[in-house]
Design a protein around this ligand. Structure first.
Ligand code: NAI
Length: 296
């Protein structure tokens, strides 16, 4: 076993839905966590969201008071990237854009020691491409959590062309120690889950565009009849349409514009309108009153 010991500080970059969830998971496992975001106030907002989650767990009797307080106290929002210099692993959860991620990885490499693992929570982007800007690309590993990170068990541990087996094993064993079910795979566009999930969203969007059935009917069919935890539209609202559209585009481009992965105009309309789903209060559903809001 090559688990990161709990003395190791974990850095998280990106304090959105995923970064906050990952910070919570690492702190619950006993690590000190530093979370950084370029957007002023995002780190503090993440801390408040995490505190709210921990309070809920405590209220439900799933977390002792002492553990709730200790977990919250281990997480700190930091305003500068250089504050991550003492981290044994930095997990990136920023916007799904290759060039932005590459810029961040290059910046991080100049800050952290040689032994620090640089992990990315990317949903779809090539780990080899992100790592290509590093002097030490062997230390870049995909560590792909699912939304919401504190609840979902799966973590895909993804190796790019240059990833060392040793670092991938450390990420795998650490995810396991954090209570997750880790699965190792090689970097291909969308890895395993997002590759298989693309047709789930794409066909639902096509059914909607073709006027076959409405949003609530398709969702109800997949949950009540199909046994899925969430229907495709509710799930896309949870993921965030900006994120899901970026993932679809990235997989479409990576597979040489195979029409099977073509993004939908409905998705683009939602992104253009800023109706990003749960985080914006509106997507396919109105998350205030629960009604469906057909975007077209
Ligand atoms: P989000 O939009 O909720 O949060 C992203 C955060 O990153 C924002 O707070 C933004 O201010 C910050 N940010 C952007 N550029 C930055 C930079 N250069 N430095 C520091 N902070 C920066 O996005 P979300 O949903 O948390 O997704 C983040 C990553 O996780 C993406 O790569 C996405 O594909 C992946 N992911 C998303 C899932 C989902 O269901 N939303 C599930 C699994 C992975």
């Amino acid at each position: 076993m090559t688990v990161l010991n709990t003395e190791a500080t974990v850095g998280v970059v990106g304090a959105g839905a995923m970064g906050a969830g990952i910070a919570q998971v690492a702190a619950l496992a006993g690590h000190r966590v530093k979370i950084h975001d370029t957007f002023a106030g995002a780190g503090e907002k993440a801390l408040a969201r995490i505190a709210g989650n921990l309070d809920k767990e405590f209220a439900k009797g799933r977390l002792e008071k002492q553990k709730r307080d200790a977990t919250g106290a281990r997480i700190e929002a930091v305003s500068s990237l250089s504050a991550l210099a003492d981290c044994a692993i930095v997990i990136e959860a920023i916007v799904e854009d290759l060039h932005v991620k590459q810029r961040l990885f290059a910046e991080l490499e100049a800050i952290v020691p040689d032994t620090t693992i640089l992990a990315t929570n990317t949903s779809s982007i090539s780990i080899s491409a992100i790592a290509s800007v590093l002097k030490r690309p062997d230390r870049a590993v995909g560590m792909h959590f699912f939304n919401p990170a504190p609840v979902m068990k799966l973590v895909e541990v993804v190796s790019g062309a240059a990833t060392s087996a040793r670092y991938a094993a450390t990420v795998f064993d650490t995810a396991t120690a954090w209570g997750k079910t880790a699965v190792h795979c090689r970097s291909t566009p969308g890895f395993i889950v997002n590759r298989i999930a693309r047709p789930y969203y794409a066909e639902a969007l096509r059914l909607l565009e073709e006027g076959c059935a409405d949003i609530a009917t398709i969702d109800a069919l997949m949950t009540d009849g199909g046994g899925f935890r969430m229907g495709p539209f509710r799930l896309m609202d949870l993921i965030g349409h900006d994120v899901n559209y970026a993932v679809t585009r990235s997989i479409f481009e990576a597979y040489y514009f195979d029409p099977r992965y073509r993004p939908s105009n409905v998705q683009k309309e939602l992104v253009d309108a800023g109706w990003l789903g749960v985080k914006a209060g509106r997507g396919f559903y109105d998350h205030v009153d629960g009604s469906t809001q057909p975007p077209v």
